[in-house]
Design a protein around this ligand. Structure first.
Ligand code: NAD
Ligand code: UFG
Length: 336
């Protein structure tokens, strides 16, 4: 019996795969490499000393999915596969709705056909980005988002909630990630976006490398202590551990369960840039730029539910997140 990891070659999936293998679990990875590279699979094998079946397959291809379920006894799925660039989703909503929603529907249908009813889904704190919500965000807040990517998460959560209500065999965790950053301490796994990064940490890392001239701080006139946006950053290894705790929880808890995975603590853009300077010893020049469309002033979790029901909380602080991100950046640059 094995755990299927969709999107397991990606940033969060690869860390979770490595952690599951290290704990002795059997896994199968499925990925179409639309936003990842085959080398990541070798890194997981090197790190853990273990092998696993891999399928280069697309969730949009039902035949390929069927083959994965026929050839493996899957008891649980951790579903990371999806497109995630907010700006691209505004430009290409059909691509996002098709990939993320149809992919999830195909997956759930294949699971049902094969009697697999346990699912951990990657949702996002972006489902709280409504004008009426103020941080700390709690799981019972109303949902909505500022962009098509975020709406795919809102709709998928609704679909999975309906599914769980229709059949008590389903056990579904809706994991609402805040801002995952950092990398595996070995430097073998991390985040490696193509082109100019959209997200803060990969952007800062490229500035530290000298590949980009300076950090553009999107707005310094928010209602926050230093005027810049506040986010709840969480080490990707803590996030991976949260999935493993969710698998345990689902064993005894049917239904659909939204759960925040965040630290409960917020850092401003300038505080993160300062932390990265401390970790890297490299100065990060900054310029103030206009606010970015769709951004909100503050996003951080009420992390109490995960603590209560999963017995999980984020352990690693901002300095460790920046240190591991920088370590990965340096090692990865030397490999390329
Ligand atoms: P990622 O892009 O690194 O990983 C996603 C993986 O899914 C990639 O390897 C990609 O090739 C694969 N994939 C995409 N569509 C596919 C398809 N149709 N069939 C097969 N494989 C497909 O992203 P990540 O940062 O690891 O995020 C994982 C999940 O967590 C995503 O669903 C994302 O929306 C969600 N999430 C991420 C963040 C974040 O900041 N990283 C925050 C909140 C939620
Ligand atoms: N920021 C900058 N300059 C940059 C990049 C970001 O100032 O070059 C600022 C943003 O304005 C924001 C903060 O840094 O205040 C964090 O921005 P990110 O883009 O790293 O993260 P977001 O919180 O905007 O979004 C991320 C993911 C979304 C996800 C959301 C909630 O990109 O997909 O977290 O989980 F939905």
């Amino acid at each position: 019996m094995a755990i299927l990891i969709t999107g397991g070659a990606g940033y969060i999936g690869s860390h979770t795969a490595a952690q599951l293998l290290a704990q002795g679990e059997e896994i199968v990875i499925l990925d179409n490499f639309s936003n990842s590279k085959p080398e990541v699979l070798d890194a997981i094998r090197t790190l853990t000393g273990r092998d696993f079946p891999f399928y280069q397959a697309d969730l949009l291809d039902e035949g390929q999915l069927e083959q994965v379920f026929q050839e493996n006894a899957i008891h649980t799925v951790i579903h990371f596969a999806g497109l995630k660039a907010v700006g691209e989703s505004v430009a290409k909503p059909l691509l996002y709705y098709h990939n993320n929603l149809t992919g999830t529907l195909n997956l759930c249908r294949a699971m049902e056909r094969h009697g697999c009813f346990s699912l951990v889904f990657s949702s996002s704190a972006t489902v709280y980005y409504l004008g009426c919500n103020t941080a700390p965000f709690r799981e019972d807040f109303p949902l909505g988002s500022t962009n098509p990517y975020g709406m795919t998460k809102v709709y998928i959560e609704q679909i999975l909630t309906d599914l769980a209500a229709s059949d008590s065999r389903w056990r579904i965790a809706l994991m609402r990630y805040f801002n995952p950053i950092g990398a595996h301490p070995s430097g073998l796994l991390g985040e490696d976006p193509n082109g100019i990064p959209n997200n803060l940490l990969p952007y800062i890392a490229k500035v530290a490398l000298g590949e980009l001239p300076c950090l553009k701080v999107y707005g310094d006139d928010y209602d926050t202590p230093d005027g810049t946006g506040i986010r709840d950053y969480i080490h990707v290894c803590d996030l991976a551990q949260g999935h493993i705790c969710a698998l345990d929880y689902l064993k005894d808890n049917p239904g659909a369960h939204p759960i925040n995975l965040g630290s409960g603590k917020g850092y401003s853009v300038l505080e993160v840039a300062d932390a990265f300077e401390r970790a890297s010893g490299v100065k990060i020049p900054r310029v103030i730029a206009p606010r970015r469309d769709g951004d909100i002033a503050r996003s951080y979790a009420d992390a109490s539910l995960a603590k209560e029901i999963l017995h999980w909380e984020a352990r690693r602080g901002i300095d460790e997140m920046c240190r591991d991100a920088w370590n990965y950046t340096l090692l990865h640059r030397q490999q390329n």
